[in-house]
Every structure is written in C-alpha cells, then in structure tokens.
Design a protein around this ligand. Structure first.
Ligand code: PLP
Length: 421
C-alpha cells in the first residue's frame, strides 16, 4: 500500500516557519468560515436549531501534527486513539497518511476497517474486553490486543488463541490530568505470574504497552515507563518469549510535545536496540488544536454590584458540559471564550461568567473571564482547542442535539490534496 509521503528533509527552521505560517492561515480560515456561517443566520427568524453551536476543523493542523510527530519521534509509529475524536475526516486523513489506529471497542474497529485499513494496522488497546468483541476481533483478524490480568488471558485463550498480545504495565501517572493507572496496567510484581500463565496457555505475547496518563505534564514519566518496559522485556525473555514491540501509548500534549519526544527518544535509544519495533497511541495530540467551536449567546443575566454599581454578566450559550464541553468534566480541561461577533462597538473590559444550556447548575463553562464590550443575546463566542474528548462524549441531556455541524477547512496543501478539498 502506498501512503502519502511527507518531505522531512527540509531544515527544521524552514519547517517551523512554514508550520507557524500554516497555523496562522488555519486560524484565519476558521474565522472566515465561521463568520460566513453566522452571517447567514438570523436568530430572530431562523428555524429551530439553525443557530446551534458548530465546529470548524482545520485538517491542515492534523497534517502538521503528523509532520511534527515524524520529525521528532521517527522511531515511533503512531496508532491514532480514535476514542479521542472519531471524526470521519480525521480518520480518512490519517488512514491516507499511513498511521495505525488504537481501537477500544467493536464499533471503533468496524469504523476503521470500513475505511479500508488493513487489520494489521489496528491495535485493540483495551485490557478488559467484552467476550463477543474478542470474537469479532478474531473474525476480522485484528490480532494485536492488550491484556493486564489473568482472566483476560483465559478469555483470549478461549476466543482468539492466535492473538498477538501486549502486556500493559502500570505507570506513574501522577502528573496526568486523566489518570488511567487506577484502572489499568499490571504492577511490576505481577508481571512474572502473568507471563508464566500466558506461556502455560501457549499464548503469543509479542510486546509491552503502557500509558503515562492522558494529559500528562511530566515528560520524565516516559523515561520511567520505558525503563520498566525494559525490565519486562528481560523477564519475558527468561520465560521464553522474544518480545518484538513496545507500545508507548498516548499522553502526548501539543504544548510539551518536543520535550516529551526528546525524553522518550533518549530512553528508547538507551534501553531498546533499533530492531525493536516501537508504536504509540496518541489521541489528543493529533486533534485538540484542529477543532474550534462556535456558540451562540442565547440569554444574559445582569448582576449589579450594589456597593460599586458595576455590572457583571452571566451569559448562557447553546452548548454546555453535557454537550461539546464534556471535556470540562471528563477531561478536566479549562476553556477560553473569545468573541466571534458582537453588535456592541465598545471595547472596555467587562467581566462575565459563561454557562451552558442545560437545567443543571454544574453546567458552567467559565467561572470568570474578561471580554471586551457588552455582549448580548444573539452574539457569538468561539473556543479553540476543542478537538479532543469533546463531541465524542457529548450527551443528549435535556433533549439537546449531540450532533453539531462540522465545517472543514485545510491550511496545508498536503492535507487538501489527500482529502480532495
Ligand atoms: N491509548 C489508550 C489505551 C487510552 O486509554 C487513551 C486515552 O484514554 C489513549 C491511548 C489516548 O490518550 P491521549 O489522548 O492522552 O493521547
């Protein structure tokens, strides 16, 4: 299979420059497309829901993140964690670029296979799988899967004995926004028993996997996890396995990526010879910055401070934490509102709190923020960095839609060519 090739021979300064240029172009395209959309909506007369919140996605940003990955983590083949944002255009682009995919369920596996992706490019990275899903993976020849407990080994022995197994180990995820090690990962003192049982069951253990926690903030956590993985490779070898692959999981952030890649690359070079295949499962890294959400102000409450006579405002948007701002709850994120369009021409600082549309008091988007001028019902705000763990975990609570429109732009010719934009 031929995948799109990306020229990595450019000097990094050139790439940095063009990437900055692409980012700025992307932001401009997103603004232009959003403005054109909202200008076409008259909230006084539109059909119900025509003024719903909407996303604008820059596929060029996803493409640039891929380029950045390849430049900084040459050894690590990314398997995009689709749970983070299973957007069909993102998947289509990444399939064209030749990444692998990390799937967590039958439906995710099916989605990726339907794109024409070969089963060997998928890892079923869920250590506690539903039996019928294991049977489905077996039928589809999705062989790579993780485990971290004995029951899973018996399950796999029964339903897919030829599976290629990755032992997921526990990590120190104390620096992560979303800790995963409370739930998954075998502790180092259980490794020997697990591998011995796998050997007794004649199962095919091929590698080790870990995840340093989603939204990790300490690059050193990769170094510690790689060291532990080396220990497991050696233990496995004593038991008679010749492990071939290390899966370094997800947890990569856009802001800290170079620092994380540097620590990880050095640890890999120190502990794993070039012959060992290395894969990763980045999720948010690829998509967080590519999606912007635009929301309409549907109501306002004015709060006058009796002491100073100053007015602060509560504004209510047509989205919220039960919708696309689900990342505030599940992903422990904070968001920054920005003004997309307003009628008031004044520019003085005004303090707002921003609320969602559901009946629940928990549905607060921003506790306090300062914006320029007095916003009113019908004005629009936008929020950047809304691509990860947002739409995919939105609910229909209170009868609101969980299926908001997505408009696509591309700030990179490479992405445009692959997607026919
Ligand atoms: N791999 C596994 C097994 C996960 O559970 C997750 C997220 O929960 C990811 C990868 C993606 O993590 P991130 O979005 O932090 O890169």
């Amino acid at each position: 299979q031929q995948y799109a090739s990306i020229n990595l021979n450019e000097k990094s300064s050139t790439v940095d420059h063009s990437s900055q240029h692409g980012k700025e172009l992307g932001k401009q395209l997103i603004k232009d497309v959003s403005k054109a959309r909202i200008e076409s909506i008259d909230t006084d007369t539109c059909a119900p829901g025509d003024e719903d919140a909407f996303f604008v996605a820059d596929m060029g940003e996803v493409y640039r993140q891929h380029l950045r990955w390849k430049m900084n983590l040459k050894r690590v083949k990314p398997h995009y964690a689709i749970k983070c944002n299973p957007n069909p255009e993102v998947l289509r682009l990444l399939a064209e670029l030749g990444t692998g995919f990390d799937c967590a369920s039958k439906a995710e596996i099916e989605t990726v296979l339907n794109l024409g992706v070969d089963p060997s490019r998928i890892i079923y990275a869920q250590p506690c799988k539903t039996k019928s899903y294991v049977r489905y993976a077996a039928e589809q020849r999705v062989k790579q899967m993780t485990f971290d407990n004995t029951d899973e080994l018996y399950k796999i022995k029964r339903f897919f004995p030829e599976a290629e197994l990755f032992l997921r180990i526990l990590t120190d995820d104390s620096s992560a926004a979303c800790r995963l090690s409370d739930k998954y990962g075998a502790s180092m003192d259980t490794i020997n028993d697990l591998l011995t049982l796998a050997k007794d069951l004649d199962l095919n253990v091929v590698g080790v996997s870990f995840h340093v926690g989603s939204g990790a903030s300490d690059p050193q956590c990769f170094a510690r996890a790689v060291q532990d993985s080396r220990i497991v490779f050696d233990q496995a070898s004593d038991i008679g396995y010749n492990l071939k692959t290390l899966d370094v999981g997800g947890g990569f952030s856009g802001d800290l990526f170079e620092a994380m890649a540097d620590v990880l690359s050095k640890a890999l070079d120190e502990h794993f010879p070039p012959g060992v295949r290395i894969i990763g499962e980045p999720g948010r890294y690829y998509v967080a910055s590519a999606f912007t959400l635009a929301c309409n102000i549907i109501a306002r409450r004015d709060i006058v401070d009796p002491a100073t006579g100053e007015t602060n405002y509560m504004i209510y948007l047509n989205d919220g934490v039960y919708g696309n701002f689900s990342n505030l709850i599940f992903d422990h994120q904070f968001v920054t509102p920005r003004v997309l369009s307003k009628r008031d021409k004044s520019t003085h600082n005004v303090v707002y709190s921003v609320w969602g549309q559901s009946c629940d008091g928990i549905d607060r988007i921003t506790e306090t923020c300062t914006l320029h001028g007095v916003l009113d019902v019908g004005d629009w705000l936008y929020f950047e960095e809304m691509g990860a763990y947002t739409k995919c975990s939105a609910t229909r609570f209170n009868g609101f839609t969980d299926n908001h429109d997505i408009l696509y732009v591309s700030s990179e010719p490479g992405a445009s060519a692959l997607l026919n934009y």
